[in-house]
Design a protein around this ligand. Structure first.
Ligand code: MF3
Ligand code: CO
Length: 266
């Protein structure tokens, strides 16, 4: 799972670089597909319940599961969610980031920053012997402080030899409820926060999830393993038999696309 998520993080870095005014979301899908293939992984989303692409690209009021298209051209100021999954030797990794195309409005910068902060709070909420509700409560506390809508219809999930395993990991509490977190559990934590209300609707394409009020939404996701020493975020080379570094990596630790391409990142 470390190897699968590493591929996801490296390829996401390349996709983030491609988030520019004038780029189409189809071009980002091609980068994602080529990047996973070049690293020896398999796309986890392609064909999943009939999903037609490698990556999900969700723009502005699109929350998650936006389908890449050659007709969708990014514009200056767009907020672009990128969600990617890969498989290595039958094991899954799943992660997401949101980035701006060109310069984005200050309120969108703030939404990005807080959604990432909420993700890290959720990660820190992963404690062996604790409960899944503790994770959601930690995410909720950050989101509520800023008055953002927390999407409830879509949730994080267990992950391992399938993309979606038990348990569900909601982005809200209460704490002390739901499943007990056991050592070695692997969870995909993925807050989706809205500038406006929490209400979302699935479009007629059967996939694209949008905010009902048309306001922007942001999404960040990590695949995390619960260890006795604390949560370890997969995909950053910090999880191996020799080197298990608990805690969430900072934003600066996200593998850079240039380093990934040069092969300098092991
Ligand atoms: N990270 C998302 C999830 O866990 C991605 C799934 S998209 C799909 O639900 F295309 F695979 F459905
Ligand atoms: Co997920």
């Amino acid at each position: 799972m470390e190897r699968a998520t590493r591929i996801v993080q490296e390829v996401l870095a390349e996709c983030v670089e491609a988030v520019r005014p004038g780029a189409t979301t189809e071009e980002i899908d091609r980068i994602a597909a080529a990047g996973i293939k070049a690293r020896g992984g398999k796309p986890a989303f392609l064909g999943y319940r009939g999903y037609p692409k490698t990556i999900c690209v969700s723009v502005n009021e699109e929350v998650v599961h936006g389908i890449p298209s050659s007709k969708r051209k990014l514009r200056e100021g767009d907020l672009v969610g990128l969600d990617l999954g890969a498989i290595v030797d039958g094991y899954f990794g799943d992660a997401a980031r949101t980035a701006g195309a060109g310069k984005i409005a200050p309120e969108l910068e703030e939404l990005l920053r807080v959604t990432h902060e909420a993700l890290l709070a959720g990660v820190e909420g992963v404690r062996v012997g604790g409960r899944i509700g503790d994770v959601g409560a930690a995410v909720e506390a950050v989101a509520s402080r800023h008055g953002y809508g927390i999407v409830r219809e879509f949730v994080g999930h267990g992950i391992g030899t399938a993309l979606h395993e038990k348990p569900e990991v909601p982005n809200y509490g209460p704490p002390g409820r739901r499943e007990t977190i056991r050592e070695g559990m692997t969870l995909a934590i993925e807050p989706m926060l809205n500038l406006g209300t929490a209400d979302v609707r699935v479009a007629s394409d059967g996939w694209t999830v949008r905010t009902v009020d048309g306001k922007a939404s942001a999404h960040f996701e990590h695949t995390v393993v619960a260890t006795a020493d604390g949560p370890v975020v997969l995909g950053f080379g910090r999880y191996s038999r020799a080197r298990i570094v608990p805690g969430a990596p900072g934003f600066h630790e996200y593998p850079a696309a240039a380093l990934a391409r040069s092969g300098a990142v092991a």
